[in-house]
Design a protein around this ligand. Sequence first.
Ligand code: ATP
Length: 328
Amino acid sequence: MSNSIQKIGVMTSGGDSPGMNAAIRSVVRTCAYHNIECYGIYRGYEGMIEGDFIEMNARSVKGIINKGGTILKTARSKEFRTKEGRAKAYKQLQNKGIEALVVIGGDGSFTGAMIFNQEFNFPVMGIPGTIDNDIYGTTHTLGYDTALNTVVEAIDKIRDTASSHNRLFFVEVMGRDVGHIALNVGVAGGAEEILIPEEDLGLDRLVESLRRSKKSGKSSSIVVVAEGDKIGKSVFELKDYVDQNMEGYDVRVSVLGHMQRGGSPSCFDRVLASRMGVKAVESIMEGTSNYMVGLKNDIIELTPFDQAIKGQSKINMELLRVSDIMSI
Ligand code: ATP
């Protein structure tokens, strides 16, 4: 493989997700394999502006493939949104002799990378790391699979208490713009209803559906609610509405929150991270820049940053129908 790049920087940026460490490990080890020096950049663009770099070798990333979070830390940087901030970051990279970057993050991080590339003609590649799975160009982002498993485990536990007390639980899960997590965990956790940003079920239909379930002999129910569901009420307002309009249920709310981002990455995420890291580094070596690596039909493929950022990650509508049938 021909290559003129001698030093590559790697960072994690935006929200953390399980599998980021596995991706860092993969980038560092792929660099070592090809005799490229690798620098870790702490705290995303913030650390890049400050020159907070650490030289990494194959041994620096031992024992992290199974760890959640990110050893390089992550941050959101206001300063990088300014031309001056990006110029400072460029200078720091130049001082260190870093010639290309691998950015592990979400669409905001890729937007920053793309602008940086346009301004300084600096080679950049992206690895999608976010539990929301809201990025176009990959069927799975890093951390999504782990988050699904974490949430299903939580729902199973909530179900135990729901059925013991004849309770109706509204379980809020992450997903401000897309309902991937809600839809999948709803089906896997046997939810009565799944409320997602892509669909507006409406309060009346929700209550009607819960009444139907009760009539059919169900003594407890779980409704999975994505943060950004279209009914537009918070889970607590949903609880109040159902309390007022439906008798016979003890209604409770569980907001799963940040625990969804943590934990040891699943086998799937570890393998995906390893594959994506290799592809990102080897693409840089081939002279490719401004692309995100992604998974399509079990093949690691590249999508231009602008498409990955602007394109919409679509939910699987078939799952909605499956959910309807399963919750009869
Ligand atoms: P998540 O999906 O977890 O939120 P993200 O990568 O989308 O991850 P953001 O906070 O949107 O997270 O972006 C991360 C960082 O990328 C920002 O803090 C900022 O430094 C940089 N960034 C985002 N948008 C831009 C932009 N338009 N111009 C320059 N930099 C940007």
